[in-house]
Design a protein around this ligand. Sequence first.
Ligand SMILES: [Zn+2]
Length: 113
Amino acid sequence: MNTISIVFGIVWAVWGGAYYALLFGSRDVALKKRCFPYILLGFNGSFLAFLFLIEIPMSAMIIVTPVVILLTYNEYITTRYCRWCGGTLTNMLTARFTADRCPWCKKSIDYVH
Ligand SMILES: [Zn+2]
């Protein structure tokens, strides 16, 4: 473990904690819609920064960067919130959106992006 790896581990843990606290600890849709893009960018952007800092081969960077950007965009557009209770219904990491009822309030699904 070098210094960069340790620092990155801490940074990513903080972003990850903020990510889950926001999506699953809050029921405030307006707050989530305002903060989620920044947290997503911080989370995935710090990952790209880490790869750059540990100097992975440029050929790998050329492949990884667009993939991370696409996954980030996909996660952003697929994350939805319950209209009734404000709970997060789905995002790419949890794939919670499988039932026809909100897992939090049990009302039938009627989401807002
Ligand atoms: Zn709900």
